[in-house]
Design a protein around this ligand. Structure first.
Ligand code: FES
Length: 431
């Protein structure tokens, strides 16, 4: 399959002149007013990935998703017709939250035949229709067909469930994701159903964590202790260079080497990694499934033999990492205020066939957690100091190109929302 054309020689950033090369303000990550604009202009209008199709195994399977940035909660459910639908999680009687367990602000999941409101017992079927009203004859000409659940645009793309809270949205997920995203179609995501999930409340703006995972400039320094001492010294001496960067519309990606899966020199990694043949890059041995030998065109765009992982930054808050050894990872960053967000990191593997394979996956999962904790810790230190505004402008290097793009995309979307000149890529015009 054809790869995208490789850029000409030179700086990655200079291939995208709109990004500029000057210093960057982080006011967009410390301003409560700016965050309120992001909520309206971004999180209430773009396609948001809320989960995977495997979470809805049978008719009546459902989960809820808290979308604080969009000011709502949604129920995602598989109907009797097999369709996946999403609804605002609100009862049509007097507005009670419809689906929750012990704590109304916590997400939940399960399986049911209908949704029953805890307040006065109104019931809704899996397609959102109101089917039962307690003491219906006490109401005044109540037409049940007019009081179904408020629907949310929902689409499943490659097994990923997306919702869009803008009722006027006219784009499909594929149109929204553009060439970069649709270039992933055909990857065997659906085979990778062994899931490890982490979730954490982070005291930093949502974009700061994307920044941390969208560049590897920090890796040899912040994560120095993850390698052997000798390897760590080498990595810090050489620094890091990616294989490729791509930006298409709202989205971007960075392609990286994979020298540790397996390492050329066993001395590069820790003893347990050599014993189990696994580590940060996942189990070193590929699972035996179809779809891994010929990759979709967005993967390894440089066609590099040392390719290890491609990191896709899918605007606004979804990252997808596809690893050469045949597994993938997702990150979600759900804003809860201008300086807090909920982070979710989820690892997906082909189900293990034996205990050794399971241990390999578990080692990859705990290694990932260790790296993420190191990143999370740094973010809160960063947030606390940029909020001081003692320094207001920061230089970004060539490896930080996706950061420039993310912040610019978010700012541009707000500008367009406030003063729509023309419809931006993948977004319906602001009403
Ligand atoms: Fe749901 Fe009254 S608020 S039944």
């Amino acid at each position: 399959m054809a790869h995208f054309p490789k850029p000409a020689e030179g700086s990655w950033t200079q291939h995208y002149p709109d990004l500029g090369t000057g210093t960057v303000s982080y006011e967009d990550s410390i301003s409560p007013e700016h965050y309120e604009l992001e909520r309206k202009a971004i999180f209430s209008r773009t396609w948001l990935n809320v989960g995977r199709i495997e979470q809805l195994k049978r008719t009546g399977s459902y989960f809820t998703k808290e979308l604080a940035a969009a000011g709502t909660s949604v129920i995602v459910v598989k109907g009797g017709d097999g369709e996946v639908r999403a609804f605002h999680n609100i009862c049509r009687h007097r507005g009670n939250k419809l689906v929750w367990q012990d704590y109304p602000k916590e997400e939940t999941s399960g399986s049911c035949r209908q949704f029953t409101c805890k307040y006065h017992g109104w019931r809704y079927d899996l397609e959102g229709a109101l089917t039962f009203v307690q003491q219906q004859d006490e109401f005044f000409d109540l037409d049940l067909s007019e009081f179904g659940l408020a629907g949310v645009q929902t689409e499943v793309w490659e097994g990923f469930i997306f919702v869009n809270l803008d009722p006027d949205n006219t784009t499909t997920v594929a149109e929204y994701l553009g060439k970069l995203g649709t270039g992933l179609e055909g990857y065997p995501f659906g085979e990778m159903t062994e899931v490890y999930k982490y979730r954490s409340e982070i005291g930093a703006n949502w974009k700061l964590f994307i920044d941390a995972f969208a560049e590897f400039y920090h890796a040899p320094v912040l994560h120095a202790k993850q390698a052997t001492d000798e390897e760590s010294r080498k990595l810090q001496g050489y620094g890091f260079e990616a294989l490729d960067y791509r930006i298409e519309g709202l989205h971007g990606m960075v392609s990286s080497w994979g020298g540790m899966a397996p390492p050329k020199d066993p001395g590069m990694v820790k003893p347990i990694e050599n014993v189990l043949r696994s580590g940060l890059f996942g189990p070193w041995d590929r699972p035996e499934i179809d779809g891994l030998d010929v990759l979709p065109e967005s993967l390894n765009p440089a066609g590099h033999p040392a390719w290890g992982v491609d990191t896709f930054v899918l605007f606004p808050n979804f990252m997808l990492l596809v690893w050469a050894p045949g597994w993938y990872l997702t990150y979600h960053y759900w804003p809860t205020s201008y300086n807090t967000h909920t982070f979710e990191g989820t690892l997906y593997f082909v189900p293990p066939k034996n205990a050794t394979e399971r241990l390999r996956q578990e080692l990859a999962a705990v290694t990932f957690k260790e790296y993420a904790l190191q990143d999370g810790n740094t973010l809160e230190a960063t947030q606390s100091m940029i909020e001081s505004r003692a320094v207001t402008s920061f230089p970004l290097n060539d490896q930080e190109i996706l950061l420039r793009h993310l912040h610019k995309t978010a700012r541009d979307m707000i500008a367009d929302f406030e003063q729509p000149a023309e419809t931006p890529v993948g977004i319906s015009a602001a009403s």
